[in-house]
Design a protein around this ligand. Sequence first.
Ligand SMILES: NC(=O)c1ccc[n+]([C@@H]2O[C@H](COP(=O)([O-])OP(=O)(O)OC[C@H]3O[C@@H](n4cnc5c(N)ncnc54)[C@H](OP(=O)(O)O)[C@@H]3O)[C@@H](O)[C@H]2O)c1
Length: 247
Amino acid sequence: MRRITVIGAGSTIAEACMRGWCSEQPTHFVLVGRSEENLRALAADLLVRGTEGTSVTVHTGGFEDCDAVSATVTGALAHGTPDIAMVAFGSLPDQAAAGLLPSALAEALTVNGVWPALCAQMLFNAQRDAGGGRLVLLGSVAGDRGRRSNYAYGAAKSLLATFAAGLQHASAGTGVSVSLVKPGPTDTPMTRDAGTRGRLASPDEVARTMLAGVAKGQPVIYAPARWRAIMAIIRALPRPLFDRLDI
Ligand SMILES: NC(=O)c1ccc[n+]([C@@H]2O[C@H](COP(=O)([O-])OP(=O)(O)OC[C@H]3O[C@@H](n4cnc5c(N)ncnc54)[C@H](OP(=O)(O)O)[C@@H]3O)[C@@H](O)[C@H]2O)c1
C-alpha cells in the first residue's frame, strides 16, 4: 500500500493535498506534528473521505531544537519509509519584530529554513536508501526576491530553495524525485493571522496544482501556476522600479 508521511500535517495546504491523495488509492498516512488533538481530528476526516483501505498513524513530536526535530523525523520514519514525504510546517513572522528582536529573527529563519532543511535531508536519505520516493518541500514565492515586507521569511524559504536544488542534484540516479512547491498567498490561518492583503488562492486550488506537479516529478511547482510568470516579472524588475513598489 502507498505510504505518505507529512511533517507539519496540521498545515491547511497539506490537509488539502491529503484530501486529494486519499481519494486516489489506498494509502497509509503518517501525520506528524505538534498537536495530537489536531492530528486526530485530521485522521478521522481522512478515514471518512479516503478510499477503502485508507489508514492513518498519528505521530506527535517536538520542533524546538535540532535534537527534537531530528527525533521527531526519526520517529516518523520508524513507521516506514514513505513513497511520498512532505515537509509542510512554517510560520509567517512579523517582519517588524524580526527586524528589532534577534530572537524573533532567529526563530523566523530557523522554523522556515533550517528545520525544514533538516527534515528534508533525513527524509531524502531514507528514500534514497530505500531506492526511491517523492519528496515535497513547501517553499514560497517569497523566497524568489527579498522584499522589505517579509525578507526574514523570504530568506528562510530561499535557503530551502537552494537546499532543494542541491537535493535534486544529489537525487540523480537514486529513484528519488524532489519537488519544491512555491505557493502564492493562500487563504489559510497563516495569512489570516498575519492580515495578508490582496487576492488569496484557496488551499484546494493550490493543492490541485501541487498534486499534478508532484505526480510528474516537477522540480519547482508554482501554485497556482500563474505565480511562475508573476515572479519572473518581479525578479526582473530593475531596482529603481522595484524600490518604488509597496510589496
Ligand atoms: N498560506 C500561504 O499564503 C503560504 C504561501 C506560501 C508558502 N506557504 C507555506 O506553506 C506551508 C503550509 O502553510 P499553511 O498556509 O498551510 O499554514 P497553516 O495552515 O497556518 O499551518 C502551519 C503549520 O505549520 C506548523 N507550525 C507553525 N509553527 C511551527 C513551529 N514553530 N514548529 C513546528 N510546526 C509549526 C503548524 O503547526 P500547529 O498545527 O502545531 O500549530 C501548522 O501545522 C508553510 O511552509 C508555509 O510557509 C504558505
